[in-house]
Design a protein around this ligand. Structure first.
Ligand SMILES: Nc1ncnc2c1ncn2[C@@H]1O[C@H](COP(=O)(O)OP(=O)(O)O)[C@@H](O)[C@H]1O
Ligand SMILES: [Mg+2]
Length: 282
């Protein structure tokens, strides 16, 4: 049964109580994006990428940011990563303000060239573990092989990235990110450059991996279908500058529901919500 309940965000208080102190936070969400505005400043002008965006990500959520190209999804992910500071609002992880990048938030990007080509697959997965002094060499090698096995690439540990297909490179990037055991795994359109069949397969594998490892995922896409398949919760962002349009509960949808009537109806509904005129209601 598919029940989809878009939740209007108007009027939601964004103030966070003192509970947000570390150690005193039993019901504070793992990741809080709280009325966050993000801007790019050049000498000529200021581009507002997002406007007062708020959402909470809970442990083991597969939370999707969905919106048209240019609505600020990547910028939001960079801000959660700690690479860009909000001009308004705050981002908190475990109740503490995010002010810089850290090993608790790892990003997987769309590009296939995110793996240094001179390192083998295993060395690529080991590298962040060693660079961040998370593990020594032996333990890093063991953990790398563990996660390479999880993405089905243990056999390819000693080859170089150029010997892999696009989908395999993305699997390595996912293994590398998971090996760090981040609090939140950030993925920015990780499958967008893959052909349709490989993309579908990667979505399936990601869900199987989540079933096994239960990591917390913040996933960016502009594909409504991908959002419904990958996510359990979806934040809809309006076109530039991105604002929260609605939040959709999508945990009932899986790859099996693709093409079904409930799935199609929800996809249609999201499409309308994303592209309706400002000021009208869904
Ligand atoms: N480095 C930058 N300098 C100035 N403007 C930028 C920069 N990066 C992105 N933008 C602008 O910010 C807005 C949001 O971009 P982005 O976060 O990449 O959107 P999305 O990932 O949703 O496609 C867009 O209007 C884009 O042109
Ligand atoms: Mg983007």
């Amino acid at each position: 049964m598919q029940t989809v309940a878009p939740v209007a965000r108007q009027g939601r208080p964004h103030g966070v109580p003192d509970l947000a102190r570390p150690g005193a936070a039993p019901h504070v969400a793992l990741l809080q994006v709280d009325a966050v505005s993000l801007e790019y400043r050049t000498p000529e002008r200021v581009v507002r990428a997002t406007h007062r965006v708020s959402f909470d990500v809970h442990e083991a959520d597969r939370f999707v940011l969905l919106g048209p190209s240019g609505c600020g999804k990547s910028t939001l992910l960079k801000a959660v990563g700690g690479f860009i500071a909000p001009v308004e609002g705050e981002i908190r992880l475990d109740g503490r303000a995010v002010t810089a990048p850290g090993p608790d938030r790892i990003v997987v990007f769309q590009e296939f060239d995110q793996l240094p080509p001179w390192k083998t697959v295993k060395q690529n997965v080991m590298f962040p573990l060693l660079a961040s002094r998370t593990l020594g060499r032996k333990e890093a090698a063991e953990r790398a092989l563990h996660y390479l096995d999880k993405v089905g690439l243990a056999k390819f540990a000693d080859v170089h990235p150029h010997q892999l297909s696009g989908g395999m490179k993305q699997r390595v990037a996912i293994a590398r990110a998971l090996a760090m055991q981040p609090r939140v795994l950030l993925m920015d359109e990780p499958f967008a450059a893959l052909d349709a069949l490989t993309r579908r397969k990667m979505q399936e594998e990601l869900l199987a991996l989540w079933d096994e490892v239960r990591f917390t995922l913040l996933f960016v896409t502009h594909s409504i279908e991908e959002a419904l398949v990958v996510g359990n919760r979806i934040a809809l962002l309006s076109p530039h500058p991105g604002r929260m349009r609605a939040e959709i509960n999508s945990h009932d949808f899986t790859l099996e529901s693709l093409g079904g009537t409930a799935f199609q109806a929800t996809a249609q509904r999201i499409h309308h919500m994303l592209f309706e005129e400002e000021g009208t209601t869904a």
